[in-house]
Design a binder for this molecule. Structure first.
Ligand SMILES: *Cc1c(COP(=O)(O)O)cnc(C)c1O
Length: 407
């Protein structure tokens, strides 16, 4: 698990200039302070331009309530941002240092499709995706199991936590690390979560909240990489008054906020399955940022939990009240934001995936069909190519080492 040794502050002048800047410029300015000498200015600029080439719109849904739509990228979830940045870096390293990489990723759905979309057919790169059998939506499964060429999907008989454990064990295995030049595309990879701070800056710039009003940002959370991005932005100087961590019944973090005791547990299945994480790997980063001071963390991050019934009800209410179609993850963000906003507070919640990715649930909630965007239709064509696999490290390692499986 990597973390910057220092989180630099940006100047007040930079914050004032944000509304005049494109997302790619914000990204370059923010990320260059972390990049050091590893990247030349032009290299980072090119990557930022490529990553932030799709819209990140903020829309008003109700009085003082706004949605930041993060689903306009190729795989229709916010995970496109981090994975495309990682892809940009890998492409550069393959090219510049003539290196090859094997990218390992455990996914509860959206990471897999984002990584696959970003790295498919990239020379020098092999991708191995592990996803839990029967625990991702039908459409999600199609978006990650139909790729060919350098993308290999393994359908693991277990939970997301099992998938994550297999990936972690692989990284702890010296032989695998050496022979396959492993790199992680999960949010343990710093190149993935830092770029996620950018859209918080961009959303703030679009909304330009009144300085004397409190701004709340609500983040539907599972592994807590997205929220960590927001906290980094705030630590660098972005004026966010407080964050809300929205969770489903996998509520380890809201429970910690309430009790001060952190108890990871086995994840349970919910409708917002990309948040079905029982041991969120980024939470340690958040504790680190606050010097593990529970009182400080609790002051700045509010917890919110929604059951599946409450999620469905929120989707229905939001649709009736505003005409807006939420996906089950964004619905928890919406409810979380509304729950904690008071008086004149302004709120932005993050809509982390396009509702069409979860059309079954959405249709159940609002009684309407969700139109499928063309780029999603394109992704889900083609036969399923995933290989069934037990949640067993020895077998996984064998498969990885077998010449011809990944080359
Ligand atoms: C991954 C994901 C989340 C959770 O994000 P974390 O960074 O893991 O907290 C929420 N919503 C959707 C749609 C996702 O794909």
């Amino acid at each position: 698990m990597y973390f910057p040794t220092k989180i630099p502050s940006l100047t007040g002048d930079f914050i004032t200039r944000l509304p005049q800047m494109e997302a790619a410029d914000i990204a370059y300015n923010v990320l260059s302070v972390f990049a050091g000498d590893d990247l030349q200015a032009e290299e980072l600029q090119d990557i930022c331009r490529e990553v932030f080439s799709f819209p990140l719109p903020v829309k008003q849904l109700a009085d003082k309530l706004h949605v930041l739509e993060l689903f306009h990228g190729p795989s229709l979830s916010f995970k496109d941002v981090g994975t495309r940045f990682l892809a940009g870096l890998l492409k550069l390293y393959v090219h510049k240092y003539n290196r090859r990489f094997t990218v390992l990723v455990a996914t509860s759905g959206d990471t897999g499709s984002a990584v696959a979309a970003a790295l498919h057919n990239m020379p020098g790169i092999q991708v191995v995706l592990l996803y839990p059998k029967g625990k991702v939506s039908q459409i999600q499964e199609k978006t990650l199991s139909t790729f060919d060429g350098n993308v290999h999907a393994l359908e693991i008989e277990g939970t997301f936590d099992d998938c994550q454990r297999l990936v972690k064990s692989a990284f702890n295995d010296e032989e695998l690390r050496e022979k396959l030049a492993l790199t992680s595309a999960n949010s343990i990879n710093i190149a993935r979560f830092l770029p996620q701070s950018i859209y918080y800056f961009k959303a703030w710039a679009d909304l330009q909240p009144a300085p004397h009003k409190r701004l709340c940002m609500a983040v539907p959370s599972g592994n807590y990489g997205n929220l960590t991005g927001g906290l980094i932005a705030a630590r660098m100087g972005l004026p966010v008054h407080f964050f809300v961590a929205g969770s489903n019944s996998n509520k380890v973090v809201p429970d910690y906020l309430e009790s001060g005791t952190y108890t990871p547990r086995t994840s349970v299945r919910t409708l917002s399955n990309a948040m079905d994480v029982g041991a969120p790997s980024n939470f340690i980063r958040i504790r680190e940022m606050f010097g593990d001071d529970h009182a400080q963390i609790k002051k700045y991050i509010k917890g919110f939990t929604a059951t599946d019934d409450q999620t469905l009800q929120t989707m229905q209410e939001a649709y009736n009240d505003t005409g807006y179609i939420l996906d089950p993850h964004g619905a928890i963000g919406y409810a979380a934001c509304r729950h904690h906003m008071q008086g004149a507070d302004q709120g932005i919640f993050l809509e982390t995936a396009h509702p069409a990715k979860f059309s079954d649930t959405v249709e159940q909630a609002i009684g309407q069909e969700v139109p499928i965007p063309e780029r999603l239709r394109h992704m889900i064509e083609g036969p399923k190519r995933a290989i069934s696999f037990p949640a067993d490290f020895a077998e996984f390692k064998n498969w990885l080492l077998q010449a011809g499986n990944i080359r």
